[in-house]
Write a new protein. Structure first.
Length: 200
């Protein structure tokens, strides 16, 4: 079962888009999660959730980051929510999935996972959120998995090696990046399991 595959940790793919690289001073602008389910002993993509986030008061948003993300914070269809609301809603979804698979904690899966994890930790502290479902320091990084499986570390190149479609025009949207990262994670883990079974 899924709970036995990762020592009772529930893998949850997370992607954040931020207003810079400093988790203490730059705002979170988007957050997306992609849940992982299990079907016929294989990992598959489950439910996804995404929020546009209003920059937290007092935090900075670098114009270079907005240009890179092609993001207009004032777009009328952005429908951004407060950071604390987004985190609480996402944590509810994760906790429900955690209970479904009888897991003890969630473990953050990400591409350069330390980056997303550091921003999440800071966001929980400034919003006085005491109970994050995520393990406080253990992570699964698809950069490392990709280097092992494909000898590549860039997400687009890993996808190319694994025959996973990658659309540069959609990249750097939290929802898209989380979905693609989840596909990479599932593919590498499933292939590893298959290869191990075939050699038994």
């Amino acid at each position: 079962m899924l709970k036995d595959r990762f020592r009772k940790f529930l893998p949850v793919v997370v992607d954040l888009e931020t207003g810079g690289f400093d988790s203490k001073k730059n705002a979170i602008l988007e957050i997306a999660i992609q849940l992982i389910d299990e079907e016929d002993l294989k990992l598959v993509l489950g439910e996804s959730s995404r929020f546009h986030i209003k920059p937290f008061a007092g935090l900075e948003v670098d114009n270079n980051a907005l240009e890179f993300l092609n993001l207009d914070l004032n777009h009328p269809l952005r429908m951004a929510v407060e950071e604390k609301f987004a985190l609480n809603e996402i944590f509810k979804i994760i906790n429900k999935q955690k209970n479904k698979y009888e897991c003890s904690r969630a473990i953050l899966v990400g591409h350069n996972a330390f980056f997303d994890h550091s921003f999440l930790l800071e966001a929980c502290m400034r919003n006085d959120i005491k109970k994050s479902p995520f393990h406080p320091f253990s992570l699964i990084d698809t950069v490392s998995l990709g280097a092992l499986a494909t000898k590549q570390t860039v997400l687009a190149r890993i996808c190319n090696e694994l025959d996973i479609p990658y659309d540069n025009d959609e990249a750097h949207s939290a929802a898209y990046d989380a979905m693609v990262t989840a596909k990479v994670f599932c593919k590498i883990v499933n292939d590893f399991d298959l290869n191990n079974c075939s050699t038994d």
